[in-house]
Design a protein around this ligand. Structure first.
Ligand SMILES: *Cc1c(COP(=O)(O)O)cnc(C)c1O
Length: 333
């Protein structure tokens, strides 16, 4: 793969560990479940955006940027990791937050990731739900340019063909790791949102000719839209890599049955999954992404979706900082 042709900075703690979840596996009585610890990538409590930012921030610096602009939901992990990466590189960081949940809770609006954005020195501008955030970023960039600044726009979630390269690389990292452990991985499961993580993995696994079954658990869009987003970005990412072959046959699967009432809105399944893992494995997951992903993994395992599989890997995409935006969820557990 020609991935080395792209500029990349190295600030992630990579490779991330691949660990067995033995108490969860025993509890579910199905295949052995493993966790790929992308919650341990470094950068301000870690998470999946670190891998994308290694490529995105390198592109920003190569283009001569002195600041970055990005956008996300109020409790965006992507915004927080971007603010941390910008701080580390001495770049300005401007974050546009969209109110996607309508929550008026103090903690949701000011603690967790929001607090960390400010702590890392980013500016925050808030917008109501439904705002055209892409247009707002363009407007903000024009204003900065008029002041003589050189902004670089990073899309929401870092999900474009540059950011997705981080997960093309992750697919390779996981294969090398599994080979060294003599582990045959049957399926890889993770939370999918703005689609860059799954698109990078789809592209990376296809490029490696891997037969690992990849399953995204949606946190926002309905299935058809989610799968189309992933397929589109995976296709563009493969083209970006100069690997156009077989792209018509890309396998993309997103199960969007665990979203509940909407993006960032808690579900009972998410609450149970997050507390189960906190108590069985001592691990933290989050209410918006990895908790819903886990809910899907646990429920589908119980329903026999992985019958016959020996080893399932759950990609832990991080997000635990968002727990502090939802302090009341487990109060009466
Ligand atoms: C952003 C994010 C995801 C989803 O990744 P996408 O590339 O946006 O699909 C999953 N989990 C966490 C914790 C995230 O912050």
């Amino acid at each position: 793969m020609a991935i080395t042709q792209f500029p990349r900075l190295r600030f992630g703690h990579l490779p991330t560990p691949l660990e067995p979840l033995d108490r969860l596996s025993d509890y579910l009585g199905g295949p052995r479940i493993w966790v790929k610890r992308d919650d341990c990538t470094g950068l301000s409590t870690g998470g999946n955006k670190t891998r994308k930012l290694e490529f995105l921030m390198a592109a920003a610096l190569e283009g001569g940027a002195d600041c970055v602009i990005t956008q996300g939901a109020t409790q965006s992990n992507h915004a927080r990791q971007t603010a941390a990466a910008a701080a580390r590189l001495g770049l300005g960081c401007h974050i546009l937050l969209e109110d996607r949940t309508g929550s008026e809770e103090m903690a949701y609006n000011h603690s967790g990731n929001v607090m960390l954005d400010v702590l890392h020195g980013a500016t925050i501008e808030r917008h109501p739900g439904g705002t055209d955030m892409v247009a707002e970023m363009e407007r903000f960039a024009a204003e900065l340019r008029a002041e003589g600044k050189s902004p670089y726009i990073i899309p929401g979630g870092g999900s474009n063909e540059t950011g997705a390269l981080g997960y093309v690389e992750c697919a390779r990292e996981l294969m090398v790791q599994a080979d060294a452990m003599k582990l045959k991985i049957d399926a890889l499961v993770h939370a999918t949102g703005s689609s860059g993580t799954q698109a990078g993995l789809v592209a990376g696994l296809a490029a490696l000719d891997s037969d690992i079954e990849l399953l995204g658990i949606g946190v926002r869009a309905p299935r058809e839209k989610q799968e189309a987003m992933v397929r589109d970005l995976a296709t563009r990412t493969l083209k970006h890599l100069g690997l156009g072959a077989d792209i018509a046959n890309l396998k993309v699967e997103a199960n969007c049955d665990y979203v509940g009432p909407g993006y960032g809105l808690p579900t009972e399944g998410m609450k149970s999954a997050v507390s189960l893992l906190a108590r069985l494995e001592g691990l933290l997951f989050d209410p918006v992404y990895s908790g819903k992903g886990l809910d899907g993994l646990i429920d589908l395992t119980r329903k026999g979706r992985f019958a016959g599989a020996a080893n399932i890997v759950f990609l832990h995409t991080g997000g635990s900082a968002a727990l502090f935006g939802y302090p009341a969820l487990w109060e009466n557990d």
